[in-house]
Design a protein around this ligand. Structure first.
Ligand code: FAD
Ligand code: FES
Length: 254
């Protein structure tokens, strides 16, 4: 457990570790009595052949994963799944990580920096004791900002507060990426919409196979049916559809 209720799991899975990219996920199975669940890659070591995930214990399967001891084996690690996040030099990118997203944003921050971006990382949590990996993220960020709802460290507030902080620092983002729970994703798309830049979030829908076959993760984007597992889980493809429509028809909902 790295902070209350959030666990770090390192799995030896060289085939996955060798090819996984930022924003992709795996489906893990903790064993008998558990279900196969999707978790985002938080880090990997290609030489060691290991993959790291960070997960919140919310129910049966994550509970079973949390009970594993070092050296235990798990029957299933399927991946890499999903489309990697788009990576190039965008200019200034604001990355917001909350909950398990403080972990899964690390590979994103790292590769954005490698692509020459100016990276501003915002760690969002309820309280000081729920923030983690600041040191790792600082290595690849031009600035790391702490945001806590109770004000126990850094700035006091929720996602919206980021606007004031960015203004104070004269930062105008060219792209915003938010990783974490659905509330964080929703608030990021709502509270930063006025920048009029792509806001990339991850769709954490319920998933079964993660390969586009069961249809349980489907969502509707401007009348088009998409599967979060194979068209996402990050929303850049969906954003491109919206932008294309905007440019070509000037008539976009949602
Ligand atoms: C692509 C993808 C990547 C994900 N990455 C991570 C990650 O890196 N770390 C992490 O902690 N979680 C992640 N999740 C969410 C994670 O898969 C679920 O929390 C997990 O499946 C819950 O399993 P469980 O059996 O422990 O809980 P359950 O017993 O299935 O559920 C417990 C509670 O959580 C709710 N719940 C279950 N699944 C989800 C979900 N997907 N979204 C919102 N609420 C849910 C249920 O409605 C219920 O209230 C990801 C989900 C997706 C789709
Ligand atoms: S999880 Fe089955 S289609 Fe996406």
């Amino acid at each position: 457990m790295i902070v209350p209720n959030l666990h770090l799991l390192v799995v030896h899975a060289p085939e996955v570790a060798n090819t996984i990219r930022p924003g992709q996920f795996v489906i893990l199975h903790a064993g008998e009595g558990a279900e196969r669940i999707p978790l985002t890659a938080a880090d990997w070591d290609r030489e060691e052949g290991t993959l790291t995930v960070i997960f919140m214990e919310v129910g049966t399967s994550t509970g079973k994963l949390a009970m594993l001891k070092a050296g235990d084996q798990i029957p299933t690690v399927v991946g890499p799944l999903g489309v990697p996040m788009e990576m190039r030099n965008f200019g200034t990118v604001v990355c917001i990580g909350g909950c398990f997203g403080m972990g899964s944003i690390l590979p994103v921050v790292r590769e954005l920096k490698e692509n020459g971006n100016k990276v501003i990382t915002i760690l969002e949590g309820r309280s000081k004791n729920l923030l983690y990996w600041e040191e790792k993220l600082s290595k690849y960020s031009d600035k790391v900002i702490r945001l806590t709802r109770d004000g126990s460290t850094g700035y006091k507030g929720h996602v919206k507060k980021g606007n004031e902080i960015l203004k104070e620092m004269n930062i105008i983002p060219d792209r915003i990426i938010a990783m974490g729970c659905t509330t964080l994703s929703y608030l990021a798309t709502r509270d930063y919409a006025h920048y009029n830049v792509p806001i990339i979030i991850t769709l954490n829908t319920i998933m079964i196979d993660g390969t586009g076959m069961c249809g349980v993760c489907r969502c509707t984007i401007d009348g088009h049916m998409k599967f979060a597992c194979v068209d996402g889980p990050t929303s850049f493809r969906m954003w491109r559809i919206l932008t294309w429509k905007k440019q070509n028809q000037g008539n976009v909902r949602g």
